[in-house]
Design a protein around this ligand. Sequence first.
Ligand code: FDA
Length: 513
Amino acid sequence: WATSAHNHEDFLECLRVQSEDSASITKLIYTPINSSYLSVLQFSIQNRRFNTTATPKPLVIVTPSNVSDIQAAVSCSRKHGMHIRVRSGGHDYEGLSYVSVLPFVIVDLINLQSVTVDATNNTAWVEAGATIGKLYYSIAQKSRTLGFPAGVCPTVGVGGHISGGGYGLLLRKYGLAADQVIDAQLIDVNGRILDRASMGEDLFWAIRGGGGNTFGIVVSWKINLVPVPATVTVFTVQKTLEQNATQLVNRWQYVADKLHEDLFIRVILESVNSTTQQGKTTIRASFNSLFLGGADRLLSLMEESFPELGLAREDCIEMSWIESILYIAGFSRNTPLEILLNRTQPSVRFFKAKSDYVKEPMPEVALEGIWERLFQLEVGSGQLIFSPYGGRMSEISESSIPFPHRAGNLYKIQHLAYWDEEGIKESKRHISWIRGLYRFLAPYVSKNPRLAYINYRDLDIGMNNLGNTSYKQASIWGIKYFKINFDRLVHVKTKVDPANFFRNEQSIPPLSA
Ligand code: FDA
């Protein structure tokens, strides 16, 4: 796998030769001698941990503007032994789309971001480099009663997001983004462009949740759009420890996965400076919700299923589904919808995240242990997000697509540690905090294996050897993300990319490698 400066000169020459228009491909290539190289590299980086002077940088960034540019990038990389990383939105939690310890090239799909909505047939074609914000915006331009079940943060890229599953507040009603994919265009290791019919059902199954950068480069997805009511209702009810947060979160564990599937209530847990207790630090649980219907029906459902929360009419805000996307993403009311077209987040911080699945409610003592750990960090540095399952998620089979976490899960936890100061000391302190929290939660979450969500990528749970990874080594992390689907993913990989050209620290290995 050795790559030298010599390979990379040959690679660039190959791109020029293979391209139909060598002058135009030159404008899509950035090497460290270009003045815009660093800004192109850094533009999509969403985690400052991988944006330091010590972070390994690519030899070349290629930003294809059409399918044949991607085909040229794949075939020239293969020919000249270049290692490639594929980037769409750059949100990978461990930076795998733009960092490698091997000398490498980034194929960055930022120029491929068109979205074509067919509101008559309730479908859309969306290019991999589009963000989910742009997808939501484009749907809303055509219809108030169509939506799509993908993530919360509008800057997330469709390429990586759907490759790993992709969920948001429509999860309990419609499942994952990947559940709604009905066709795709993929460039395979031989540089061929395939669609669902030509790739076959095995490969089409694998790319819908089996993780990015493994089976080829997704150029675009064809997705089913889903019906949403013209009026939805949102609320955020916040409770501190002094307002019975512990008992309410405990109760939430028993009801959240059993609520009507039109109702999704997640809980965001963090420490805050109390406004009522002279600035004393406390824990705040924010019950943050989307309901697919009006406030009257929501209030009566809440009275029946979760009266303890005390939801009042003044907590409920009725709006359109697209406005709810802005609300849930944290934008203030009346923010123009065009904010969804913005590819950059208002603030990018250092962070490390982990995930867990919960199958039995945790005892209150576990919640108290979480509070204790949140108190160890400064306000704004630690967060847990509990997202309920149930509803449609329990009806889809574990092997319908590679994402296996369906019936039997009450909720998923996302653990997050954030910081803003540079330097190894701060990074070590926060990472060791989140690892400690993860160890503490072990008795209360899924076991044997302890399950995880690939889109919340966590290299702590296991890693490939980039040169030659065995099935055994990869299964350490693979079973946690994919359970029994891991074997089928390995089988598909062995068939379509036996030499393991598309690879990273957590890509599916072929059996021969
Ligand atoms: P990026 O470009 O970094 O790619 C991620 C992985 O996919 C990499 O391995 C990459 O090589 C590969 N890849 C990218 N494009 C590809 C392509 N076209 N073909 C093949 N492989 C490709 N998740 C969620 O489910 N719900 C949520 O609400 C959120 N919210 C959220 C907020 C924020 C701020 C972040 C940073 C992340 C999330 N996520 C999330 C996680 C997100 O779904 C996950 O990081 C996705 O993989 C990101 O996809 P991008 O294209 O942005 O990332």
